[in-house]
Each structure stands twice: as C-alpha cells, then as structure tokens.
Design a protein around this ligand. Structure first.
Ligand code: F6R
Length: 359
C-alpha cells in the first residue's frame, strides 16, 4: 500500500521523520541517555571495522568521520565483496559492524562469517530482525526503519546513519571524549527538519527536469558530506540511468575536472560548515569551466555563495554533525524527480533486486 503516494519510494522518503523517531525511541531515553545494548562496551574496543554494500557502505563511510572525530577511534570501512576475499588480519580488539537493510546480502554475510571467531565482537545493524545477519551477530541493533519496498534504499539509509551516530556518541562518552555541542539533544529536532525538507520538494522538481537532459552528472562533497556525494550519485544512476559520479571536492583537480563543460551539471553538497570555503573554491573552479552548479546548502551558504550558481536548494540550518542525515533527503529527491522526468521505473529499476542473496 503506497498510502496515497505514486511510488513506494515517495512513501518511504516521506516516512523518514516517523522512522527516525522510532529509532530514537529505541535508543535514546527521555533524559537523552543513549540506550544501546549493554554488551556494546566501547572501552574495550581498539578498532572498528565497518562492512556493508551499496548504500549501507556509504552510511559506514559517513560513520567513519563520526567515530574518528567524536570518539577518536581508529576505523576501517570496506565493501563486503572486497573485504571477504582480501582476508584482512582482524586484531582481537576489533568490533566488527555489519550494516545491511535486508540482513541477507550474500557478500556482507560472508564477511561476517570471516570475522566470527577473530573479532572481539560482531554487531549487526539490520532492518529485518529475523535475518541471517541478525542471527549470526553477537549484538543486533534493529534500525527500526519499517518495511522498505522500493529497491532504492531511502529510510533505511537515514536510520542507519542515526544509529551509527548514536554508537559514536556512546563510544565517545565511554572513552572520556567530549560530546559535540548540543548532542545528542539536537537529534530530537531532526525529524521536524526532515519533514520541512520533504514538504519543500517543489524546489527539486524544476532542478530535476534540467538534470534529466544531462548525460553525465557529478556530485561533490567534502568531509562527512563526501559519502553523501557518493550516495547521491548512486541513487541517481540506479533510478534515472544517467551516468553519475561522486567525488571528494578536493579530488576534482586530480582528474575529474577534465570532464567539466557546459553540458555537465555538478551538484555541490555544501552546508555552511567549517569546510564550506574549501568546497566553494572547488565550485568556482567548476563554474570557471562553464559547469552548471546546483548548490545544496543552507540560508547562510546561499547568501555567501549563490553568485553564478545555476540553482540553489536551500535547507534549514542543522547542527553540523547531523548534516549527512538531513542532506540525504535532497539527494533522494533529486534521484526520484529526475527518474520521474525520464519516465523510468522508480520502484523497480532495471537489472536490480531488493535483496542480493547471491554474490
Ligand atoms: C541502493 C541500494 C543498494 C543496497 C545494497 C545493500 O539504493 O539499495 O545499494 O544498499 O544492495 O543491501 P542491504 O543493505 O540489504 O545489505
């Protein structure tokens, strides 16, 4: 049941505020104490290994920034299909975390089995609590996104991010690291902010009609928004079949800038944070070569840097730690509306399956 929406994907984008509230209700109590399973003891963990495929992998990449910056822990992130055959040495103090919406992805399950008996502990972040990955994990953290029907992952991604962030905050607290200002309290404002962005979807529809004419689209982001550039490009290519690539903004001049001309739109994901000026200077390099920039930012960023930009998508201000979660919504909307403009099958893109149980 699509609940009045045209597609399951639209329904699932719209459900994100509710899904995140459900995840917060499960892992954050009324006094803003983080209530993760007690077996998760970060004081004993020496390093984290995060493993997943596709969109889950990008959630892990964003979490790397959080675990490193907030909890000051060494973190390794890998795609499951590489991890399993590389047979990496696993030190005894490793917490290995496997992130999977379905809990059945063959490569992720094989990577988990490789770690069994080697890692100190195996944690599974899954949306399906009775899945294989849940069954074979020492600690299971259901993400509480609710059933996700559309092949392209949306609400599972943002719920994965919320729980990975809560883990990083818990790790920081247990390891005597100061928590970032106003966290975890500011997590409470996220569902309302996501709702605002979802309600403001018309600003994306016009942009998407233009994007639908392109052959190639580039996404740029820096810091913990770099994984979101990768996610934005993945979502766009799988739904609209337009070739899209995500890059770390600073990598632009090491190759990809050769692609830029007036036919290549560049989506720049840049809230007004500590790295804003750096990303803006990369964006200006794009514009100097005729590239059409779509800037995704907040009101302050729009005021500082909209000059010469083809389109600006303005999001509400949010605690900068939380930007990967809020900015996931325009990335999803861009993919969704571009696919609509192209007339592709949004919920069932060609060649894709919801659950990849063979490698
Ligand atoms: C992209 C997408 C896929 C999945 C990937 C992993 O929109 O949905 O990239 O994220 O196949 O699936 P799970 O999370 O079920 O292991």
């Amino acid at each position: 049941d699509k609940d009045g929406h045209k597609h399951f994907m639209a329904k699932e984008i719209a459900e994100q505020p509710t899904a995140i509230n459900r995840a917060l209700a499960a892992y954050l109590d009324q006094n803003n104490q983080i209530t993760l399973p007690e077996e998760l003891d970060f004081t004993k963990v020496e390093r984290l290994t995060l493993v997943a495929c596709g969109t889950g992998y990008y959630a892990c990449l964003a979490a790397k920034y959080w675990f490193e910056q907030i909890a000051r822990m060494p973190v390794e992130v890998d795609v499951a299909s590489e991890f399993r055959y590389r047979e990496p040495p696993i030190s005894a103090g490793t917490l290995a975390v496997f992130v999977s919406q379905s809990g059945e992805t063959a490569d992720t399950l094989a990577a988990l089995r490789y770690c069994a008996g080697k890692a100190q502990q195996i944690a599974g972040l899954v949306n399906v609590p009775e899945s294989s990955i849940a069954r074979e994990s020492d600690v299971v953290l259901p993400i509480h996104a609710g059933p996700e029907i559309s092949v392209a992952s949306t609400k599972a991604f943002t719920c994965q991010l919320v729980i990975l962030l809560l883990m990083a905050l818990k790790a920081a607290a247990q390891r005597g690291q100061p928590l970032p200002a106003d966290l975890p309290e500011d997590l409470r404002s996220l569902p309302g902010l996501l709702h605002q962005v979802i309600a403001g979807e018309e600003q994306v529809t016009a942009v998407s009609r233009e994007l639908a004419k392109a052959q190639d689209i580039i996404f740029l982001g820096r810091g913990h928004l770099y994984p979101l550039a990768l996610e934005g490009a993945l979502k766009l290519k799988e739904l609209s079949y337009i070739h899209a690539e995500g890059y770390a903004s600073g990598e632009l001049k090491h190759g990809p800038i050769a692609l830029i001309d007036e036919t290549v739109p560049v989506v720049v994901i840049a809230p007004s944070d500590a790295l804003f000026d750096k990303t803006v200077s990369n964006m200006q390099e794009v514009m100097a070569r005729g590239g059409k920039v779509i800037l995704v930012t907040d009101a302050k960023g729009a005021e500082l840097a909209s000059e010469g930009v083809a389109e600006t998508l303005v999001l509400p201000h949010v605690n900068s730690v939380l930007t990967p979660i809020l900015y996931a919504v325009p990335a999803q909307q861009i993919a969704y509306f571009t696919a609509i403009a192209k007339g592709t099958d949004v919920d069932q893109p060609r060649n894709l399956a919801k659950s990849v149980t063979v490698e």
